[in-house]
Design a protein around this ligand. Structure first.
Ligand SMILES: Cc1cc2nc3c(=O)[nH]c(=O)nc-3n(C[C@H](O)[C@H](O)[C@H](O)COP(=O)(O)OP(=O)(O)OC[C@H]3O[C@@H](n4cnc5c(N)ncnc54)[C@H](O)[C@@H]3O)c2cc1C
Length: 391
């Protein structure tokens, strides 16, 4: 088998890249380790930046998102029992974010690709890459027990944090940068109407909490917890009681409760490798970087990477020039580090750090006061949250 670009991973990065290449008439094959149903039901992110929304619409993939997604033009920061709205539209010239679940994006991207005859090989096993610094990098995998080989001009490593692409690059080429946070998020998906029509980020002395949603009937809620928190100790009622305490307002507030549909604990880390390319393989999305979810950036950053990569491939196939491909890592990393900074900042602004003393708690409250009362402070949050402009 031969193709121009072999894409490993059918997450947001791999599928968005496949659509961008298809639009530009460049051949590609997507290989995915999991079954279609698995990736279409995997509950993850749900906040799409304006730029991600615009790209999905440009590619003709936004029809269901525009009907079922919820456009938000602000968020609330809640601390010391009071709520403070950050008005994105006012602060960013009309921009906002779309609330639309990642697995719904995946469903749309998979369906559109298969409908137009594009290839996605699901349940590809034992995926391995070789010849990365040769003219014909190759992907080997097995399907239904039969070994296959896919020869490519280029490989896009879109296989997430636990994929094989990053580790296939020879030792010493990549430099990792990492911060692991001393807490995680206990997240629930609940059959309960959201208590507010916009997201609420709460800083409470018991720890951080986030109220988000997936639809007008489904809430997505998170609690700061220990990274190794035992879910067995968290009966549904205990979760609701804890959430109520952390979202409490001076003038009263309570969440709408409902059946808990899903429960899980996610660790929090910041991670980047530099560079994001080696020979003819390019890393994109979580395979190259991870952000803590506080800034709602993981999916958006994955999509931003593949926009740069697709532009590089377009230039190459039009002129055989590799100027953009050669600068792929440099261009992406400028955005990656700004997004890392924002995600780290939101995390440190809103979470309780056990190592902090009274001084740090007061400093954190002063920063929240500044961010919610100074137009400059609010603008900094708003323009990062809706998404920095693409280069
Ligand atoms: C559990 C979890 C919860 C999250 N929650 C949030 C959230 O609440 N808010 C937020 O903003 N972000 C969240 N994120 C982050 C966000 O979902 C990711 O940043 C985003 O999915 C990155 O997209 P990606 O395409 O780079 O990687 P992924 O979505 O991870 O896609 C990689 C794909 O590659 C496939 N794959 C892996 N190995 C191989 C292989 N060897 N061969 C072939 N295919 C392979 C995987 O099955 C997967 O489909 C969460 C992430 C996780 C893991």
């Amino acid at each position: 088998m031969k193709t121009e670009v072999g894409i490993i991973g059918a997450g947001p990065a791999g599928l968005a890249l496949a659509h961008l290449l298809q639009r530009d008439g460049i051949g590609c094959v997507v290989l995915e380790a999991q079954a279609r149903q698995h990736i279409e039901e995997r509950v993850r992110a749900g906040v799409l930046e304006q730029g991600t929304v615009d790209l999905l619409n440009e590619l003709g993939l936004g029809e269901r998102m525009m009907k079922q997604g919820l456009m938000h033009y602000g968020v609330e920061l809640r601390f010391l029992g009071r709520g403070h709205r950050i008005d994105f539209a006012d602060l960013t010239g009309g921009k906002g974010v779309m609330i639309y679940a990642q697995h719904e994006v995946i469903k749309d991207l998979v369906a559109a690709r298969l409908k137009t005859g594009g290839e996605i090989i699901f349940e590809a096993k034992d995926v391995a890459v070789s010849g990365l610094d040769s003219e014909i990098p190759t992907i080997r995998f097995s399907q239904n027990g039969i070994g296959e080989e896919l020869q490519c001009d280029f490989i896009a490593g879109c296989d997430g944090f636990h994929g094989i692409c990053r580790d296939s690059i020879p030792a010493g080429v990549l430099k990792p940068y990492e911060r692991v946070y001393p807490f995680g998020w206990l997240g629930i998906l609940a059959q309960a109407p959201p208590a507010s029509h916009e997201l609420i980020y709460a800083n409470h002395e018991r720890g951080f909490a986030l109220m988000s949603m997936r639809s007008p009937k489904i809430s997505r809620l998170y609690l700061q917890c220990k990274p190794e928190e035992d879910l067995n100790e968290w009966a549904d009622e205990r979760i609701w009681d804890e959430l109520d305490q952390r979202f409490a307002m001076r003038d009263g507030f309570s969440l709408m409760r409902g059946a808990v549909l899903q429960k899980g604990v996610t660790g929090m880390r910041s991670f980047v490798v530099e560079p994001m390319q080696f020979g003819r393989m390019f890393l994109a999305g979580d395979s190259a970087h991870i952000v803590p979810p506080t800034g709602a950036k993981g999916l958006n950053l994955a999509v931003a990477d593949v926009r740069v990569l697709a532009a590089g491939f377009k230039e190459f196939y039009a002129s055989r020039k590799r100027d953009l491909l050669g600068r792929y890592s440099e261009i992406c990393l400028r955005r990656v580090w700004k997004v890392q900074r924002f995600s780290w900042w939101m995390t440190s602004l809103l979470h309780k750090f056990e190592s902090d003393g009274e001084f740090d708690r007061r400093r954190q409250m002063a920063e929240l006061d500044y961010v919610t009362s100074s137009r400059a402070g609010m603008t900094t949050l708003a323009e990062n949250y809706v998404g920095l402009p693409m280069e």
